[in-house]
Every structure is written in C-alpha cells, then in structure tokens.
Ligand binder design. Structure first.
Ligand SMILES: [Zn+2]
Length: 219
C-alpha cells in the first residue's frame, strides 16, 4: 500500500518533523509559500498559545533536502476571492520562486485554506502543476476523478485515522496531511512518532510523494 503525507506552511517545527521522517525513511511533500519566507525567521501567528515561526528563505533548500516540495501559492491568500490577474500571479510566482530556491520542478499545488473554484483550478493547471490538493477528507479507496481536486483521507490527528486507513486499503493508497505546528506538546510528538512506527511496521510501508500518484497527469 502506498503511504502519502504532506505538510503545509514551511514553519520551524518542520525541522523536528523532518528529523523524525528521516529517521524512519518516510517520504513527504511540503507545501510552501515562497513569498512568505524572509531573510530571517519571522513570527507567523499563534496556535494553541504557541508562537508559529516561518523558516528563513535561505534555510529552505537544505532544510527540506530529500523531500518533495509543492506550491501553496506565493503568499497564502484566499485564491477564490482574488481578481484573475492576482490569482494567476499568486499561483505562477509561487511556483517560479520555489523552483528557483530548490532548483527542480515543482509539480504539485495545495490550495490555501483548501479553497478552490473553477478559476483557481484552471490557474493551477495552466501554471504547470499536475495536481491540486484540497482539505476535504476522502473516505474509502483513493480514486480522485479530477487531479485538481485531490482530497487526503484525513488529518494526521484524526481520531479515526486507523479506521480510515483500513477503508482506504482496497485502493492501495492512504494519504494524510497536517501542519507540524499542530504538535504543541511532547505528547503530540510522541504520538506522531508512534504513528510513524506503526505505519512502518505494516506491510503498507511504501512511502510515495503525492505527485508520484499523478505523474503524467494533466501537465
Ligand atoms: Zn496553509
């Protein structure tokens, strides 16, 4: 069974997550906003009483070495509320700058706030992405009718995570997502580490990048 995971927003807690993933040999895709990373680390927002900091632009390339990168727009607006020219700029500039930073093609897109309409999906495809990820939750075998409306099976902290994996098993793909800053306590980190270990012990430990599911798709 293919295991697929992606993480959003390019924050400093990704560094701890990346260490965990490397330790178990798990692949993952990180969805980044090229326009929000500055010369130094910057305070983004508060989550559950904890400061969330974005990584500095200069540390992105090495921090995510070995992992796949997808576009999360240039500056994380609600894309479905933008005029067309601004929409295209957000999508295209986001991809262009990530490709400059990482020196390789950026294949995927994750819609900020999960918000997508026909114009947004069109802009994402036009800019060269082969899939677009929503934040809806698919249930059962993975079979997106449209690669521009891809729904993961669940959030990594979903209470029914393992049941969803079992329901997804006939389709041969299980896909979860989240934000590393949602792990706010040592217990959260230990829970995720245990989840990774349990996934890796099973016969399903065939980690894939999201884009690998769609390579040769709509681009
Ligand atoms: Zn986001």
């Amino acid at each position: 069974m293919k295991l697929v995971q992606c993480w959003d927003d390019g924050v400093t807690s990704d560094l701890r997550l990346l260490d965990l993933l490397r330790a178990v040999g798990a692949k993952a895709t990180f969805n980044l906003n090229a326009g929000l990373h500055e010369t130094g680390r910057t305070l983004g927002w508060m989550h559950a009483g904890t400061e969330v900091w974005r990584l500095a632009r200069g540390e992105l390339h090495d921090a995510y070495r070995g992992f796949d990168i997808a576009n999360h727009s240039f500056s994380h607006p609600c894309l479905d509320a933008l005029p067309l020219d601004a929409l295209h700029r957000e999508v295209e500039q986001g991809r262009d700058e990530l490709q400059q930073i990482f020196g390789r093609p950026v294949r995927g897109f994750a819609y900020p706030f999960g918000r997508v309409n026909d114009a947004v999906a069109h802009a994402v495809r036009e800019a060269g992405h082969i899939y677009g990820r929503t934040t809806d939750a698919a249930d059962g075998p993975f079979a997106p009718a449209d690669p521009l409306h891809v729904s993961p099976h669940c959030h990594f902290q979903a209470p029914d995570f393992w049941q969803r994996l079992e329901r997804a098993r006939p389709g041969g793909v299980f896909y979860f997502w989240g934000h590393s800053y949602e792990m706010t306590t040592e217990g959260d980190w230990q829970s995720f580490s245990a989840l990774l270990d349990r996934l890796n012990r099973g016969p399903e430990a065939n980690w894939c990048h999201v884009a690998d599911l769609f390579e040769g798709g709509t681009s």
